[in-house]
Design a protein around this ligand. Structure first.
Ligand code: GAR
Length: 197
């Protein structure tokens, strides 16, 4: 039976779209839910139009009460009988209370070559540091931010004249290649890292 995948996002959801498009044919997983903490997230409208179940849990009414926000997430998630969660541009930090029960079943994509540049503004920081190479990482989610076993990485060159924006766009193209590859292998039970190119 296919694995049921929930994808969490906060924005446009280009990674979510790449994941959804990949889950066809003999793929061992299917999209079961797209969930966002932002009601107007472009990804929610797209997923709804594709006939995928959607949920929105706005974090703002919880006023920083992460435990209550995460309890609401868990409650909305439960009926969808999900096997794997993919964080794809989900811009809320999840604490151990939510993460621990999903250990080994939750993935994240991060726009840097971890362990470098955890957190935000990865591209600006990589440029400021004079890096000649950038990229993205898919990893298992653990309670520590942008940590956890690495399941795949894709590298891109930093080019002369790059801005955070141009570098982000180059990395994002590779995110759309890497994340579907890793999810497919992960859903098959293969956790050996995928290294691109
Ligand atoms: C992606 O670049 C993803 O790696 C990044 O947000 C973007 C979402 O784009 N995630 C993080 O920074 C997580 N800390 P998308 O909504 O088009 O997939």
């Amino acid at each position: 039976m296919s694995k049921r995948v929930a994808i969490f996002l906060s924005g446009g959801g280009s990674n979510m779209r790449a994941l959804v498009r990949s889950m066809t044919g003999d793929h061992p997983a299917r999209p079961a839910l797209v969930l966002s903490n932002v009601a107007g997230a472009g990804g929610i409208a797209w997923a709804g139009a594709e006939g995928i179940a959607t949920e929105v849990v706005d974090h703002r009414p919880f006023r920083g009460d992460r435990a209550a926000f995460e309890a609401a997430l868990a409650e909305r998630l439960a009926p969808h009988a999900v096997d794997i969660i993919c964080l794809a541009g989900f811009m809320r930090v999840l604490t151990a209370g939510f993460v621990t029960p999903w250990r080994g079943r939750m993935l994240n994509i991060h726009p840097s070559l971890l362990p470098r540049y955890r957190g935000l503004d990865t591209h600006a920081r990589a440029l400021a540091a004079g890096e000649t190479e950038a990229g993205c990482t898919v990893h298992e989610v653990t309670p520590a931010l942008d940590d956890g076993p690495i399941l795949g990485q894709a590298r891109v060159p930093v080019l002369p004249g790059d801005t955070a924006r141009s570098l982000a766009a180059r990395v994002l193209e590779q995110e759309h290649v890497l994340y579907p590859l890793v999810l497919r292998r992960f859903a098959e039970g293969d956790r050996r890292p995928v290294m691109l190119p």
